[in-house]
Structures are given as structure tokens and as C-alpha cells.
Write a protein that binds this ligand. Structure first.
Ligand code: ADP
Length: 218
């Protein structure tokens, strides 16, 4: 049975960075609902137009929309050997739906919960940059690119996300506390494999190494 790695943690805990590193090391796809939604917004699809205002306000988009996106993505053959879910599920209703989909596909949920001090988060997020071409994440303080604000892989100029302003970050943290934090209790109660990992000790590669060790793949 293959694993569906579910990365939990507040915005700014490093889920996206870890997902990219782990996907490379494990050779399985990285599924980020945030990235998929942002692609829809950039391409101005019908879905993108529906979610744009919600996302830039730092709120969660309706469960039904993300559930459909993830269900479709998990039905593709590249997920048969496992996958990494980043930013999904974010509500208990999404987690309940995901449990059904994973069971049907023969994937075992494995939780990695990244814990990061809230004081660190705002500083981290406002220094965050992403490559608009390949999606690689950087942080000007903790994980800077080799060349000033340019992607190490393809040299593209890095950009900050629209919802990474301090005020919106505060609202995203509120949404996390209210809607996503209850997930930790949900997963502990249903008794799945659950790993707690400090997300603010060490460089991203060290944290990824620690996660791989916990998964028995170090
Ligand atoms: P972060 O984890 O740093 O907040 P993401 O890139 O995962 O950022 O998500 C950005 C935004 O996309 C969220 O604030 C929310 O509006 C929307 N979003 C992403 N995933 C979900 C989800 N599973 N459910 C609802 N909304 C989501």
C-alpha cells in the first residue's frame, strides 16, 4: 500500500518548501491546492474568477470546490505510488471526504504536522517569494536564492504572493486556528500514523531529512 503524505501546519510553517523537497526525494507528485487555485486565478478560468476575492482576503474557498479538484488530481495514474498533499485537507469536512477517496484508491494517510511558533510566521511569510515559472519557494531570510530574487533553477524573477501581506497573513492565521487546527484532534482520534515535526529548527533540508527518517526513508 502506498502512502498519501498529508502535510499539516499553519500558513508559513514550510509545508510548500517541504513538499517540494520530499516530492523530489521520494519521486512522488506534490499536490498543492493553493498552487492549483492560483493557477486558475492566473489563467482567469471560471473557477479562478470565483475564488480570487476569497483568496486575496485570506479566507478558505468552499470545501466542495477543493474536494473536486483533489479528487480529480488523485484519480491520475501518477498518484498510484503515493503523493504529497500540501494545503489539503484544511477542514474536518475535507478530511472526511479525503478519507473516502484515499480508501477507494488504496492509499494510506500519513500525517506530518509541522509546528512553528506564531511569532516566526509573520516574519517568514512577508519574506516569502515564489518562482512564477516552476513554483519553487524561497525565503529571503531563511532560504534565499543564490542570486538576488531570482530562481536557482530557471533564473526567473521571484514574486511575492498577493495574500502574503501582514494584514492578510493575520486573517489566514485566524482561519487556520478556527478551521484547520481541529483537524489535528480529528486525526489523533481516528488513529492514523501521525508525526510531529518542529518546522522552525534547522534548514529546510535538515527538516526534510528528519521527516524522511520518521517515515523510515532516511
Ligand atoms: P498557506 O498554506 O501559506 O496559507 P496556500 O498556498 O496553501 O497557502 O493557500 C492559499 C489560499 O488558497 C488559502 O488562503 C485559501 O484561500 C486557498 N486554499 C488553499 N487550499 C485550500 C483548501 N484546502 N481549502 C480551502 N481553501 C484553500
Amino acid at each position: 500500500m502506498s502512502d498519501a503524505l498529508i502535510l499539516l501546519g499553519p500558513p508559513g510553517s514550510g509545508k510548500g518548501t517541504q513538499a517540494v523537497l520530499l516530492a523530489e526525494r521520494l519521486g512522488i507528485p506534490h499536490i498543492s491546492t493553493g498552487d492549483i487555485l492560483r493557477e486558475h486565478v492566473a489563467a482567469r478560468t471560471e473557477l479562478g474568477r470565483r475564488v480570487e476575492a476569497i483568496m486575496s482576503a485570506g479566507q478558505l474557498v468552499p470545501d466542495e470546490l477543493v474536494n473536486t479538484i483533489v479528487e480529480e488530481r488523485l484519480s491520475r495514474p501518477d498518484c498510484e505510488g503515493g503523493c504529497i498533499l500540501d494545503g489539503y485537507p484544511r477542514t474536518v469536512a475535507q478530511a472526511e471526504r479525503l478519507a473516502e477517496v484515499l480508501a477507494r484508491r488504496g492509499l494510506r494517510p500519513v500525517i506530518v504536522n509541522l509546528a512553528v511558533d506564531y511569532n516566526v510566521i509573520v516574519t517568514r511569510i512577508t519574506a516569502r517569494r515564489q518562482c512564477p515559472v516552476c513554483g519553487a519557494s524561497y525565503n529571503l531570510i531563511t532560504n534565499p536564492p543564490r542570486e538576488d530574487e531570482r530562481c536557482d533553477r530557471d533564473g526567473a524573477a521571484l514574486a511575492a504572493r498577493q495574500d502574503d501581506s501582514e494584514e492578510v497573513v493575520r486573517r489566514r492565521l485566524e482561519a487556520y486556528e478556527r478551521q484547520t487546527l481541529p483537524l489535528i484532534e480529528y486525526y489523533r482520534q481516528i488513529g492514523v500514523v501521525f508525526h510531529d515535526v518542529p518546522g522552525d529548527r534547522g534548514a529546510p533540508e535538515q527538516i526534510a531529512g528528519r521527516i524522511l527518517e520518521l517515515l523510515g526513508k532516511g
